[in-house]
Design a binder for this molecule. Structure first.
Ligand SMILES: N[C@@H](CCC(=O)N[C@@H](CS)C(=O)NCC(=O)O)C(=O)O
Length: 291
């Protein structure tokens, strides 16, 4: 082991040293708003406040899938919350998500507006509201929810564990990288063995389980997360890669990935989405990189 540490934890932890890692500027040990900032509200029933991280993409993909199925009530405004700038600590955002993390949704079509936070809660809320992508047959529903909650329980080891220590921490430390690389490869193996037997996670039907897992583990097997494709030898997970490619071909997935996206090819970045036509007219290559 190459990085024995001399750190001795004090009796009581105090917040006094910036830790030097990526995002150190936005991490705090307390919750709540840091500044007054009401949220904008557009003309559609659903107002989404988000950024196109894997957790954010889950929701925009589902909304685009619902619209593609003809659910006009799923029309939405997607507002950009720049998490690196601390927008999630504005008073308006904290009022709809006291946990200060994207994504968060407000449904104005109900008699009293309904706020929903936590991406899986948003997926379930929308799937139940529109009766789509969450099967009703008891056994398939159980399978769908099992994989949905598998994702919610597993991805923090991938992002907060592996991704943090492999990519964001101020130095490379063998112990945590080993611990979390082991866990992430175990998770990929769980998925790979399952997807060897079924087309989609819940069986033959594409569901919110696929929509939740794909932005994390699909991106990982494409080498798009933490520049770790070679390190984790992701090409060996052939069944996950088959499923990843299959889902990537869906037009709604292609659109959903673009919404609130602030990185990559300018033609793939639609910072805010207020109308279906925005995909053709409002991407960053068309409106200029200054916004
Ligand atoms: N369990 C939450 C996690 C949400 C989350 O971690 N969001 C990240 C971006 S992917 C975020 O907003 N980070 C900002 C921060 O931690 O201040 C969910 O699934 O919605």
């Amino acid at each position: 082991m190459s990085d024995a540490t001399t750190y001795v934890p004090p009796k009581v932890w105090t917040w006094d040293v910036p830790n030097g890692g990526a995002f150190a500027n936005i991490n705090r040990p307390i919750s709540g708003a840091t500044h007054d900032k009401p949220l904008p509200v557009g003309r559609h029933p659903l107002q989404l406040y988000s950024q196109a991280t894997p957790n954010g993409v889950k929701v925009t993909v589902l909304l685009e899938e619902l619209l593609a199925l003809g659910h006009a009530g799923a029309e939405y405004d997607a507002w950009l919350i720049r998490i690196n700038n601390g927008d999630q600590f504005g008073s308006g955002f904290v009022a709809i998500n006291p946990n200060s993390k994207i994504p968060a949704l407000v449904d104005h079509s109900e008699p009293t507006p309904v706020r929903v936070f936590e991406s899986a809660a948003i997926l379930m809320y929308l799937a139940e509201k529109f009766g789509a992508f969450l099967p009703s047959a008891r056994a398939v529903r159980a399978e769908c929810l099992s994989w949905l909650f598998w994702q919610m329980g597993s991805a923090p080891y991938l992002g907060g564990g592996f991704g943090h220590f492999y990519s964001y921490a101020p130095s490379k430390m063998e112990y945590p990288i080993n611990r979390f690389a082991m866990e992430v490869k175990r998770q990929l193996d769980v998925l790979d063995k399952h997807l060897a037997k079924v087309e989609y996670l819940a069986g033959s039907e594409y569901t919110i389980a696929d929509i939740a897992v794909w932005p994390w583990y699909g991106a990982l097997t494409k080498g798009l997360l933490y520049d770790s494709g070679e390190f984790l030898d992701v090409q060996t997970y052939t069944h996950v890669r088959r499923w990843t490619e299959q889902i990537a071909q869906r037009p709604a997935v292609k659109r959903g990935r673009m919404v609130n996206r602030i990185r990559g090819d300018l033609a793939s970045q639609l910072h805010e989405r207020h109308d279906a036509s925005d995909f053709d007219t409002r991407t960053q290559d068309k409106i200029g990189a200054a916004t």
